[in-house]
Design a protein around this ligand. Structure first.
Ligand SMILES: C[S@@+](CC[C@H](N)C(=O)[O-])C[C@H]1O[C@@H](n2cnc3c(N)ncnc32)[C@H](O)[C@@H]1O
Length: 272
């Protein structure tokens, strides 16, 4: 089967299943062949070896499995990370969490950081690459997630800068930190999500409790107890009010919320 024939068949298989069938058929074939997408149109009469393996990937995508799990890679910030179904796929809006943390590290010359819920490692790895002096202790409640974070941390040769710990929030972590960052699960239990998310991504990475912001509340409390000066978190678009109430109750020195590129409230920076 030639490239042109394979793309025609794959586009048909993906039709009505995903928004851009031809485009994704091409992306998957470029991934399968290990070539740039442009190669496909230049060499469309070349024969594909073992085309059944390509169609196995197409069938997975036709069942709504996220493209990133099929290819086991995701673009994040200026680079690519390894991902599989043991971790949440890092979202573009989380790049803003990295940027907010970056501003504070620069202004305050911060060295000691904790991340709660490292997942694939996206946030800690970007920060550690940008700031050669910082040391990060990153926790996750999921051993599976930590295994993926370890793959990425080691790929970027950051094993002496990022320490991975299996913990509920920061429980049992003895060190103190100047700043804590987190993109915790913040979706309310039972909230209806698209099937490519709820059927494939780890629920421990998505759902944060009955109201959704329970873990955020616990992270704010634990950061204060730990004596961190700054906390930077991602949150749900509808959680500004309850989070603001928490800040008023506990009395913080300073706080501000930031929006994502779509204009939704997406996170906060707080100084204790
Ligand atoms: C939304 S994902 C974020 C992953 C990654 N930091 C990112 O931004 O792509 C939340 C992560 O928090 C972890 N998590 C959930 N509850 C936790 C808890 N109580 N303590 C530590 N980590 C937790 C999940 O396993 C998951 O990896």
């Amino acid at each position: 089967m030639t490239i042109a024939q394979a793309l025609k068949k794959a586009t048909f298989l993906l039709q009505d299943k995903i928004p851009r069938p031809r485009f994704e058929a091409e992306l998957l074939l470029a991934h399968y062949l290990g070539v740039e997408r442009v190669y496909l149109s230049q060499k469309d009469n070349i024969k594909i070896e073992k085309s059944e393996n390509y169609f196995a990937l197409v069938q997975r995508r036709a069942k709504s499995e996220p493209y990133e799990y099929i290819t086991q890679k995701v673009s994040f910030y200026d680079t690519e990370l390894y991902v599989d179904d043991r971790v949440l796929i890092p979202r573009p809006e989380t790049e803003m969490l990295v940027d907010e943390a970056k501003k504070i590290i620069e202004q305050e010359e911060i060295i000691k950081i904790a991340e709660i819920g490292i997942g694939s490692g996206a946030v800690s790895i970007m920060l550690a690459r940008m700031f050669p002096k910082i040391q990060i202790v990153a926790t996750d409640i999921s051993e599976d997630a930590l295994s993926v974070a370890k793959i990425n941390r080691d790929n970027f040769a950051l094993n002496d800068r990022i320490t991975l710990v299996c913990a509920d929030l920061l429980q049992g972590v003895k060190e103190d930190f100047e700043m804590i960052v987190s993109n915790p699960p913040y979706i309310a239990n039972g909230c209806k999500l698209e099937c490519n998310v709820v059927d494939y991504e780890p629920h421990a990475a998505l759902f944060g409790g009955e109201r959704g912001y329970e873990l955020l509340k616990a992270i704010i409390a634990q950061s204060q107890v730990k004596g961190a000066r700054f906390l930077v978190c991602e949150m749900g678009y509808d959680q500004k009010e309850p989070i603001e109430r928490i800040f008023t109750q506990i009395g913080v020195k300073y706080h501000r919320f930031y929006k994502d590129l779509a204009g939704f409230d997406r996170g906060f920076v707080v100084q204790f």
